[in-house]
Design a protein around this ligand. Structure first.
Ligand code: AMP
Length: 410
């Protein structure tokens, strides 16, 4: 590897999109980033954003992931950036029970990812398209897969086992895996560094609240429980996902509406959550504005979300033997003064209390402690999954094992 190679290309391939960023090691913001959208449709295009914020949108010759990657690599060549890359890090949704850490992509590891892909039929096949196209176009560069599930592989059996006949866990891999692991791992490490916690003895609750949301209980650097399950549908009320739902209610709904399981699952992922409750929007900002105007369904949507969140935070406390900090992150966690206030108010029984002024002051990507004196620490820490992926990719490309809990190097 050339010594001048000090940047990582981070790729996140969705079924019809491809997001990328070029991150210099030791820095938090990309020098080049962008997004290809509507892949698979005639109007596919790709937007590139340079370090100074200059934006260019180009039409793709062919609406494929491979074409988007070729265009990206030709842009990287034009900007003299290709030679500065030491690795590519690919975000992969599901690693099943197979992957407990990020791994170097080899024909064997690609094969293993393919084998666990039925567990995430909407996400992993798209991730694999990006991986295979990037490996074909840049075979010399080390490429690494970073899994959303890997951090939660430390959960004990009682946290990951569904109470269904146990044979199904073995036969069909039906168990809880958890997601947002890259974000939870990043935040856990950041919290230890920022709040000067003992790396070997701490208990942290993390509320990652965005379009997708999950809670994680971290004990001494390891995930011990999380709210998402076998798929990212379980747990909290999200933008368009219902989170926890009585299977009996789902079966009754299917019967009443004559829907198949597949179409019910689609509904639960795309038409529920804040959107379904409010009938207005999946976006928390829009709902907050509607709340201020007195729209009852917007208020109810936020209250159902917050009630469920507080319930999960309280439940996740049971997985810890101490509470050093509650951390809010993600688009809502980092910005919504209201959601933080309503949530913490419901957790007063645990001694958690906010400092109103500090809560008001922290938003827009800032870190800060927002708890009142005497309360366990409550803090806001912005997440940076790209940074975590870049760190892992560089470590593995450099022959080092990516650590479960990185040292204080952020
Ligand atoms: P993410 O998926 O992490 O990008 O988060 C997206 C969510 O964050 C959306 O529901 C946004 O409405 C929400 N969000 C972003 N900024 C704010 C804000 N200032 N106040 C409330 N919610 C916000």
């Amino acid at each position: 590897m050339a010594s001048s190679a000090t940047r990582v290309l981070v790729i996140n391939c969705g079924s019809s999109s491809l997001k990328f960023s070029v991150l210099p090691l030791q820095e938090n913001t990309p020098v080049f980033s962008g997004l290809a959208e509507r892949l698979g449709q005639p109007e596919a295009s790709m937007t590139f954003v340079e370090a100074q914020g200059e934006k260019t949108t180009l039409v793709l010759d062919e609406p494929s992931h491979r074409c988007a990657l070729s265009l990206l690599f030709s842009q990287l060549t034009r900007l003299n950036m290709l030679g500065s890359l030491c690795a590519i890090g690919h975000r992969v949704a599901h690693g099943g029970s197979e992957f407990t850490h990020s791994v170097l992509l080899t024909p064997e590891t690609v094969d293993k990812i393919r084998r666990v892909s039925p567990l995430a039929p909407l996400h992993n096949p798209a991730n694999l398209i990006g991986i295979e196209a990037a490996l074909a176009l840049l075979p010399e560069l080390p490429q690494v897969a970073v899994f959303d599930t890997a951090f939660h592989q430390t959960m004990p059996p009682e946290a990951y086992t569904y109470a269904i006949p146990l044979e199904f866990q073995q036969r069909y891999q039906i168990r809880r895996y958890g997601f947002h692991g890259t974000s939870h791992r990043y935040i856990a490490a950041e919290a230890v560094a920022y709040l000067q916690l003992d790396p070997a003895h701490h208990g942290i609750l993390i509320a990652h609240l965005g379009n997708g949301s999950s809670v994680c209980a971290v004990k001494n650097g390891r995930s011990v429980d999380t709210s998402m399950g076998m798929t990212p549908l379980e747990g909290l009320v999200m933008g368009t996902r219902c989170g926890d739902l009585d299977l009996g209610a789902a079966a009754w709904l299917a019967k009443c509406t004559g829907q198949s399981i597949e179409s019910l699952c689609h509904l639960a992922n795309t038409q529920c959550g804040l959107l379904g409750l409010s009938g207005l929007s999946s976006d928390c900002r829009t709902l907050q504005a509607a709340c201020e105007k007195g729209v009852p369904r917007a208020r109810l949507a936020i209250e159902v979300m917050v009630h469920r969140l507080a319930r999960h935070l309280g439940g996740h406390l049971a997985a810890l033997d101490r509470l050093d900090a509650l951390i809010f992150t993600g688009g809502i966690g980092e910005n919504s003064v209201l959601v933080r206030e309503l949530t913490v108010r419901r957790l007063a029984v645990f001694g958690l209390r906010l400092d109103e002024q500090k809560n008001l002051a922290i938003r827009g990507g800032q870190s800060g402690v927002i708890s009142a004196p005497g309360s366990p620490v409550i803090a806001v820490i912005p997440t940076n999954e790209e940074k975590m992926i870049a760190e892992d990719a560089a470590a593995i490309a450099g022959g080092r094992q990516a650590t479960l809990l990185p040292a204080n190097h952020f």
